[in-house]
Design a protein. Structure first.
Length: 81
């Protein structure tokens, strides 16, 4: 594991120290979790932006509609069995 050094505003450091004490969890673990959650949110935001872009792309919409028609036909065939 690598070491990283940073600075935080005094008030945030006080809140971190209080949370660490209340949760009986080391400050570095709280920071690690916070960064992990934030990076996950960034990934979700990028995924959402890609769907928004795709929703405006006529070719993507056509492919999706084609795929849905095929899927619907497969469901109908399954119902017949």
């Amino acid at each position: 594991m690598a070491t990283y050094t940073s600075t935080l505003p005094d008030e945030m450091l006080k809140e971190l120290a209080k949370a660490s004490k209340d949760l009986k969890t080391p400050k570095n673990k709280i920071i690690e979790k916070a960064v992990s959650v934030y990076l996950e949110q960034l990934d979700k935001a990028a995924y959402k932006r890609s769907f928004i872009r795709a929703s405006k792309d006529k070719d993507m919409i056509a492919m999706a509609e084609e795929g849905m028609a095929d899927y619907y036909n497969q469901l109908l065939e399954l119902d017949e069995d």
